[in-house]
Each structure stands twice: as structure tokens, then as C-alpha cells.
Design a protein around this ligand. Structure first.
Ligand SMILES: O=C(O)CCC(=O)C(=O)O
Length: 264
């Protein structure tokens, strides 16, 4: 039986029941504060290590949309320190019961305080973008807040229990009209669509399952919403035979894919 006094057990019970959980500010505040200017530098194209990330967003692009930059940890040592933080590994292992946790992808996510609908992220299940992994792989996401994530700042919205619907392959990260998406979705019989916001302080983290439907609305606050999404795997995960993707080709390279709990 879960003891409410045990925060790891509580988070695990929520993750298993709802397909997501939020945990308190586990990243030290000084690391969060140190990372913010490095996040800005990477968005401006200043790469401390000399290694360029794979920007989706770059200076000159639309400033109303959510800025998403892949592999920012290769470009910057402080971001590398953040995404390798052992507290993340400990929580991820506690939630899944895994012996090993490895980061295999990182995204910098900056949602401007434009209030524009283009800042939204459409409803989706992460697995629909992860075809290079075997379908039964234990994969999930940690989302680290670097700013105060409030109801106004366009928090991630999760649909509790949707991880139990299996893989529906109907979402679209890049869709901004949530209502239109919901009209088109075909949900399994009996499925109930509820939305719960992942409200987090700076340094707080949410974890979500690969099948959990999630998205987010515009940032109508007056400050940017800052975060990093880390895609994680446990020892129960396998690239598809012959898969050739930047996301699975560097699992032996600790700068690309740090092991943050146990041994690979
Ligand atoms: O940051 C957001 O609003 C959505 C992020 C997301 O889709 C993810 O972390 O999987």
C-alpha cells in the first residue's frame, strides 16, 4: 500500500494511475538561475562548445510561436549539467521501478508571452514521433520548468488515464486549434476526456508516459514560459533493427545520451 509520507511512492502511484505526475522543485534553484542565460544564448545562436544544436526555431523566425531547439545540451555545458542532474534520474527510476535511466533526446522549449494561439502545442501522444524505437519500449518524458509555470503561462495539459487507451496515432504536436483536434479524434468507447494542468515552480518536473495525450495553450502571462523536455528510456527499450536516427545512433555517447541512473 502506498504511504502518503513517501513522495516517490506517491509519484509512482500517480504516474501509473494517470499517466503523468508532477514532482516538487528537485533541481537546485542556483542551477535553474544559471541555466536561464545559457538558454537565451543557445536561442540566439551562441554555442559555448562550438557544437550547433539542431534548431527548429532560429533567430529571424516567427517570435509568436513556441521556440523549440533540439539537442541544446550539445551546444552548452550548463544545459548539459541540468539535463544530467542525478535528481532527475532518481525520480525517473522511482516512478518506473527501472534499474537504468538514459536521456536519449532533449528539447529546449520557450513559449513567448505573446498570448498568440501559435504558441500552443497540439494534442498528441509522444510515441507517434518515436518510430525508431520498438513499440513495446519503456520510454517516457521528463519536463523541467525553468520559470514559474502557472495556469496563465500555457502549462502542459495532460489527459489523465489516456495512457490506458493505447497508441491511437491521431495527434499533432504542431496543431494549434485544440477544439478542431478534439472534434476529429476517435477515442475508444468509454474514454473520458479531462484536462489537468501541470503547474510547476522553477525546478519542478513533470513526467509523462509515451501514450499520455498532452498539449498546451498560449502563454497569456507577461513572462516567458521556459522549460526543457527530456525523452528518457529504461533498460526495457530497444531501437528498431536497422533504425538510423540521430535519436538512437548515439546511445554510447554520454554527451548525447547521458545515463542519469544506474549503469547501461
Ligand atoms: O511544452 C509543451 O507545451 C509540450 C511539450 C511536449 O509535448 C512534451 O514534452 O512531450
Amino acid at each position: 500500500m502506498t504511504s502518503p509520507a513517501n513522495p516517490h511512492a506517491q509519484a509512482r502511484a500517480q504516474f501509473e494511475r494517470d499517466g503523468f505526475c508532477t514532482v516538487p522543485a528537485v533541481i537546485p534553484q542556483d542551477l535553474i538561475e544559471r541555466t536561464v542565460p545559457h538558454m537565451d544564448a543557445v536561442m540566439l545562436g551562441h554555442y559555448e562548445t562550438g557544437v550547433a544544436p539542431k534548431p527548429f526555431w532560429k533567430p529571424g523566425d516567427d517570435t509568436n510561436v513556441m521556440r523549440k531547439v533540439d539537442h541544446p545540451h550539445l551546444a552548452d555545458n550548463t544545459i548539459q549539467e541540468l539535463v544530467s542532474h542525478r535528481a532527475l534520474g532518481q525520480w525517473a527510476a522511482a516512478i518506473t521501478g527501472a534499474d537504468m535511466i538514459q536521456v536519449w533526446a532533449v528539447q529546449l522549449l520557450y513559449k513567448p508571452p505573446s498570448g498568440a494561439i501559435e504558441g500552443s502545442v497540439g494534442w498528441h501522444q509522444d510515441l507517434q514521433y518515436w518510430h525508431y524505437w520498438r513499440r513495446d519500449s519503456e520510454l517516457f518524458t521528463a519536463w523541467i520548468a525553468l520559470s514559474d509555470v502557472t495556469a496563465q503561462s500555457g502549462p502542459v495539459l495532460f489527459v489523465p488515464g489516456s495512457h490506458g487507451w493505447g497508441f491511437l496515432n491521431q495527434g499533432d504536436f504542431f496543431a494549434s486549434n485544440h477544439d478542431k483536434q478534439l472534434q476529429d479524434f476517435q477515442l475508444p468507447p468509454g474514454a473520458e476526456w479531462k484536462e489537468v494542468a501541470g503547474i510547476l515552480p522553477p525546478g519542478g518536473v513533470s513526467f509523462h508516459h509515451r501514450h499520455t495525450f498532452h498539449g498546451s495553450g498560449p502563454n497569456v502571462s507577461n513572462t516567458p514560459r521556459r522549460s526543457f523536455a527530456l525523452h528518457l528510456r529504461t533498460e526495457k527499450s530497444w531501437p528498431n533493427p536497422g533504425a538510423n536516427s540521430v535519436y538512437v545512433n548515439h546511445l554510447d555517447d554520454p554527451r548525447y545520451c547521458p545515463v542519469i541512473y544506474g549503469n547501461r
